[in-house]
Design a protein around this ligand. Structure first.
Ligand code: FPP
Length: 268
């Protein structure tokens, strides 16, 4: 990953790059002070990519891992503070059993193979979702990787695995209700901050930009709370083909937007 991103300072959450990012080979078309601090991605189109080549769907997932590694490296090198990827949804269990097993084994192999490199590059990796339903071997690797990289000061890499936005919201509501029932919490004290603290993403800034590949105009139960003010970039590129040019196009699209957060744009 980047030669210079292993800073001792935490990444800025304001979208402004750290001083070190000035050293990075950021494409000149990008404005370094208006980069998203947090990019989320729905990695769609692996199956179609494979089918177009007459290959089994699962080989599209294998190629998708390369695409994810490339995207993480670029985000880190360009000074983006966090990348959150949708790897497996709570609905993905409905896929054919063979594909689900392939994905679980793929996650295990990739994690076992990549953890040393990720740690060396100071990446902080977390897996967001209902992890207890994953195969025990994968759960162990996840726990190990999370603990090992927890204090790393590089890019935050969040892998949403057995993740569902509605389930996350329901769980957060239930936790608050339980605290109220135990007399530990006054319902009047429940505000957006208290609610967000019960989500898998607690402590992370909300994504500024959501990228969805393969041309579908859907959120698909991803980060329903956190994407409230995200800018959306939908591209026809299939996930395994998502490369530097495609990421640059997404970031340029983002930099062309005027973010109002429900207010008015004073320049218009
Ligand atoms: C959907 O394509 C994509 C997925 C189910 C994601 C698979 C996960 C990875 C590539 C990353 C794994 C990462 C780590 C860190 C372990 P699709 O099958 O829905 O494509 P289609 O719409 O063309 O059928």
């Amino acid at each position: 990953m980047s030669r210079s991103l292993a800073t001792t300072e935490p990444f800025s959450t304001t979208g402004a790059p750290t001083d070190q990012s000035m050293d990075l080979d950021l494409p000149s078309a990008l404005d370094p002070i208006r980069l998203p601090a947090h990019v989320a991605v729905i990695m769609d189109g692996n199956g179609r990519w494979a089918r177009q080549r007459g290959l089994p769907r699962v080989l599209g997932h294998r190629e998708g891992v390369q695409s994810l590694k490339r995207t993480l490296r670029l985000c880190s090198d360009w000074g983006i503070g966090a990348l959150t990827a949708y790897a497996f949804s709570t609905e993905n269990w409905n896929r054919p059993g063979e594909e689900v097993s392939f994905l679980m084994t793929l996650f295990e192999r990739v994690l076992a193979r990549e953890i040393d490199g990720l740690d060396r590059e100071r990446v902080r990796i977390r897996f967001l979702g209902d992890l207890h339903q994953l195969p025990p071997g994968l759960q162990e690797l996840i726990a190990e990787a999370t603990a090992r990289t927890a204090t790393n000061d590089g890019i935050h890499f969040n892998v949403c695995t057995n993740y569902g936005g509605r389930r996350e919201l329901v769980q957060a509501a239930r936790r608050l209700a339980e605290q109220v029932a135990r007399g530990e919490l006054d319902p009047a004290a429940i505000d957006e901050e208290a609610f967000a603290a019960g989500l898998h993403t607690a402590g992370e800034s909300d994504p500024d930009l959501l990228i969805r590949t393969s041309g579908e105009f859907r959120i698909s139960n991803f980060l329903l709370w956190q994407l409230a003010y995200a800018e959306l970039h939908i591209t026809d590129v299939l996930w395994p083909d998502f490369d530097e040019a495609a990421l640059l196009a997404a970031l340029l699209d983002y930099q062309g937007r005027r973010r109002r957060f429900g207010g008015v744009d004073p320049s218009r």
